[in-house]
Design a protein around this ligand. Sequence first.
Ligand code: CS2
Length: 486
Amino acid sequence: MQLSNDYLAQHTLSLAEAGVQLPSYKRSELDIGIVHLGLGAFHRSHQAVFTEQVLEQTNDLQWGICAVAFSNEQLKDQINAQDGLYTNVVCGKTQSFQIIGSIKQALVASKQMPDVLATLALPSVKLVSLTVTEKGYCLNEAGDLDIQSANIQHDIGNITSPKSAVGILVAGFLSRFYKGQPAFNVIACDNLPHNGDKLKKATVALANEINSELANWISANAHFPNTMVDCITPKTEGSTVAAVEENCRYTDSVPVQREPFAQWVIEDIPSMARPAWEKAGVMFTNDVDGFEKTKLRILNGTHSALAYIGSLLSIDTVYNAINNTQVKAFISELLEHEIIPSIDAPAGLDLADYAQAILERYDNPSIRHLLIQIAADGSLKIPVRTLEPIKENLAAGRSIERLSIVVAAWIKFIVARTEQQADIADPKNQLMQQVVSGFTGDAKSDVSAFLAIDGIVEKELLANQQFVDSVVTAYSEIDSFLASLA
Ligand code: CS2
């Protein structure tokens, strides 16, 4: 489409159509209190929006954000060209538009590391938050720092020019440690159980490779609360840009699109300086674990199931998959018989209602959430979303038949993509492709070879014959299973 409006910027805010919500606080006085690593759409649809609501309500201007992209220089330039402003397009029964002003500045780590480190050293910075996806934590299958990974090896030798998110945290702490400044606190916002605990352990482990006193200092002085984050945020598309162009009377090259629902649960650490996020509906609790597990298994677990099963049926989006009656029936049974029984509900939460609400969120025709986007990084997602409940169901003597179908569908998806010579977005793509290229057609040996790929299935689970047999059965029957849904 032809873009002819003026670009969104501080000086063009007055052009916005009535009805577009604008920042009402004094952006020129916004200080940087938060450095955020990972400038993807999710940060801009979630944490930056919660922070925006607090800025609006409290006028506490110490909590502006410096958002750091890892390598997307163009996005950094586009955001800075708009003075940090962008539109949050909320897609429900109607569309609503809000201009978010909480990001004061964007940087790109691959080109501006000295600026990133200088920002982390600012006395005003009290928090570092992260959305770097599961792979950004550089963990092995046991949940510990993968010391041998290329980026971590690089960072051990070059901690003042780090490549990994963990390395950036350590470099940021290092300068504060030497200057006698207080440590910042770290808020992990990715879909990993115990995300804060794991990130702290990884950060301390890397610091220990550099200087054991630094490691002890981080351990004693920095909080890493666990969190649960939730908001369905598909990639920005041309249609998102067009919707802003048509409805807002300005051009925004970097809007985000999301569903109306958003949730953020953070471990309550009373001494931790932070924006008054509770005023924006963020929940502070001592039972983040319960919320994390519930969301990871019910939402992310069914998302991955839909992604692999739906893709194999040539369905493109979550909406279209959940509107296939048979697929929906399978997902409902998976929830009822194998996912919900694996969860101890957090106090006050009815798991069946929670699951029902999620199925309703999927059934949103104004959100085009591509299954192929969710299918990415299965080698990191399946262990958390599907193998963990399998492990617990086995220990408790519960059924794993349907969860095994999800694992089998994932393997079949990798086989299909390899045969089609299509991209597989996954850090283990080469290994997986190599293994499936050697498949002989014998389900038992094929599945065993796949599950044995280093770093996917924990040793104890791999040694469980009931698990392996169940995936072998599911895999040998996957074509007829898919045919029954089509
Ligand atoms: C999805 C998540 O891509 C994926 O793996 O399952 O991004 C999901 O949309 C969010 O966690 C929702 O909060």
